[in-house]
Design a protein around this ligand. Sequence first.
Ligand SMILES: Cc1cc2nc3c(=O)[nH]c(=O)nc-3n(C[C@H](O)[C@H](O)[C@H](O)COP(=O)(O)OP(=O)(O)OC[C@H]3O[C@@H](n4cnc5c(N)ncnc54)[C@H](O)[C@@H]3O)c2cc1C
Ligand SMILES: *[C@@H]1O[C@H](CO)[C@@H](O)[C@H](O)[C@H]1NC(C)=O
Ligand SMILES: *[C@@H]1O[C@H](CO)[C@@H](O)[C@H](O)[C@H]1NC(C)=O
Ligand SMILES: *[C@@H]1O[C@H](CO)[C@@H](O)[C@H](O)[C@H]1NC(C)=O
Ligand SMILES: *[C@@H]1O[C@H](CO)[C@@H](O)[C@H](O)[C@H]1NC(C)=O
Ligand SMILES: *[C@@H]1O[C@H](CO)[C@@H](O)[C@H](O)[C@H]1NC(C)=O
Ligand SMILES: CC(=O)N[C@H]1CO[C@H](CO)[C@@H](O)[C@@H]1O
Length: 553
Amino acid sequence: MKCFPILAAPFGLIAFIIVVVLSTATTSFCTQECDSFVQCLFDYGSPNSNPIANVIYTPSNSSYSSILNFSIQNLRFLNKNISKPLAIITPSHVSHIQAAVICSKSHGFQIRTRSGGHDFEGLSYISGVPFVMVDLINLNSISIDVENQNAWVESGATLGELYYRIAEKSQTLAFPAGSCPTVGVGGHLSGGGYGWLIRKYGLAADHVIDAYLVDANGKVHNKESMGEDLFWAIRGGGGGCFGIVVAWKVKLVEVPARVTICEANRTLEEDRILKLIHEWQYVAPKLDANLLLGISLTGGKVTEDEEGKINPIASFSLMFLGKAEEVLTILKPTFPQLSLTKEDCLEMSWIQSVLLMGWFQKGDPLEVLLNRTRLYSEISKIKSDYVKEHIPLVALKGMWERLKSKDVELSQIMFVPYGGKMSEVDDSETPFSHRSDYSYLVGYIAKWKNGSVEAEERHLNWIREIYDYMTPFVSKSPRAAYVNYRDLDIGTNNKYGRTSYKRARVWGLKYFGKNFDKLVYVKTKVDPSDFFRHQQSIPTLSGISEESFSASL
Ligand SMILES: Cc1cc2nc3c(=O)[nH]c(=O)nc-3n(C[C@H](O)[C@H](O)[C@H](O)COP(=O)(O)OP(=O)(O)OC[C@H]3O[C@@H](n4cnc5c(N)ncnc54)[C@H](O)[C@@H]3O)c2cc1C
Ligand SMILES: *[C@@H]1O[C@H](CO)[C@@H](O)[C@H](O)[C@H]1NC(C)=O
Ligand SMILES: *[C@@H]1O[C@H](CO)[C@@H](O)[C@H](O)[C@H]1NC(C)=O
Ligand SMILES: *[C@@H]1O[C@H](CO)[C@@H](O)[C@H](O)[C@H]1NC(C)=O
Ligand SMILES: *[C@@H]1O[C@H](CO)[C@@H](O)[C@H](O)[C@H]1NC(C)=O
Ligand SMILES: *[C@@H]1O[C@H](CO)[C@@H](O)[C@H](O)[C@H]1NC(C)=O
Ligand SMILES: CC(=O)N[C@H]1CO[C@H](CO)[C@@H](O)[C@@H]1O
């Protein structure tokens, strides 16, 4: 139950060593054009108290490379020969973001916005064309209003910082977001965001009640001035498409003073494990909303024994908003096969559960949640699927066999049950449409540490093959996917020029279902020149009048 897309590998498995493979990376020295860009930033002006000069890094600044590297959370892109930003701006004031937008636009540069840097495809710091990176790392203040149960959070804050600040003020307030403390609020809320409270409270984005955003013209808006459509789009329509969200006002949620977490490692024979997983599908999405029972399967070389046999591990983890006794009472009649016992469970405060479900161990000070340093040191690739009802036993067997592949260092498959609050919210309420139709989410992950091309191909082949294999058993038309588990295999925009609606629809429907069309409509309205663009951003329509398009919605 560690810091990986919610359900992580059992304790101790991910003890990898950082392997730094040195490679000559392309350096884009500041050219004449770039000098003129920097001049533009100065000209645009900034308050005397926050001079913009203090937050501009061009490749000639000695800290440029460490700032760039610091939030590259996927080592797959740290050592790659990727083109680097012409300049990095680390705003300490909203006017710096406005200047970055206005000057990038006038110079024909793209912008990449980075909050926590966890994008699985590195979209917050990689671009095929000349670009400027706005790194919000310094905009991370948080103010908690206990009385009104809400908070203002700047985008550059991490989930760990938010959780820590809530716990400083209250033991019975929480925020329903992801389990990895280093994930950035900016990207996470932009794509939905979920964690252990999803069945009780839904998504992180469902709790956004106001926001400050800098639009494609460099104008600052709040909820009221940005209008309903844009406010709808930024709450799950995917980061980097609609503007730069500076800060979010979120509603906090109530949790009991004591919650329960349990972990049941079952080393049964294969057939019984597979049956247990099969039965889980009928039970977990229908359980009491206070209870989330997820599964994480781990395989690959890390589970190899002395005889060279791979022994995948099935770990059932749960979080319950209540006492241990109560959760045993609930599970006894509904899922006796799991034979969960009191010994598998621990009662603690919600913030302690955050620590244990994150990366840390009992006894670690809460301050570890404030540490933004990369927690894990692997290269990773993720894919996702949604399941409407259930996967047949034979397919679970095929999945399990694939976990035994020695081609992969560490493979993981997670099952995250929906139901509860998720099926109560209408699919069109926010851009995140995967709610009532699906009973659970599946995440596939491959992790490795060797930076060679050969290792990358081997791991990518593994994950693409299992994804192929699963085709008949998961959602179809569209084959749904989670935008925060960014996967460029499912389609990308053209590198240069416009991307057609038809092309973008291929992946757009997978991420957003019926809401994709509305996202395109909003994008066309608020950013017609497609300034906020990346490899998988929402496209604009041209040649179709807004009226006729909205009439077709
Ligand atoms: C180790 C790990 C654990 C994870 N665990 C979970 C989990 O438990 N639950 C879950 O739902 N997801 C999880 N994720 C996925 C995570 O939610 C997404 O990767 C999310 O987009 C990361 O946000 P970020 O700010 O850290 O990333 P970034 O890489 O900074 O940003 C991601 C995208 O959002 C854009 N963006 C960033 N900031 C802004 C902004 N202020 N305004 C507009 N656009 C912006 C970026 O340009 C980029 O396109 C996990 C990812 C990792 C790597
Ligand atoms: C579950 O299994 C893993 C791996 O074998 C082990 O490290 C962990 O301590 C186990 N957890 C529990 C609660 O037994
Ligand atoms: C890096 O990429 C650039 C152009 O994209 C290329 O000219 C250069 O040879 C590459 N360097 C290495 C070490 O691959
Ligand atoms: C950043 O990462 C690159 C690629 O691994 C490396 O060459 C460079 O030295 C790193 N910079 C710093 C300051 O660590
Ligand atoms: C933050 O975490 C990193 C990596 O785990 C560690 O090396 C560093 O000492 C920590 N910093 C602080 C201030 O605790
Ligand atoms: C990484 O993989 C390459 C190619 O398979 C191999 O030659 C190299 O020794 C490996 N490096 C490490 C550190 O294991
Ligand atoms: C943040 C910072 O120190 N930026 C500096 C980078 O280098 C330029 C040009 O030398 C300076 O003007 C910036 O102040």
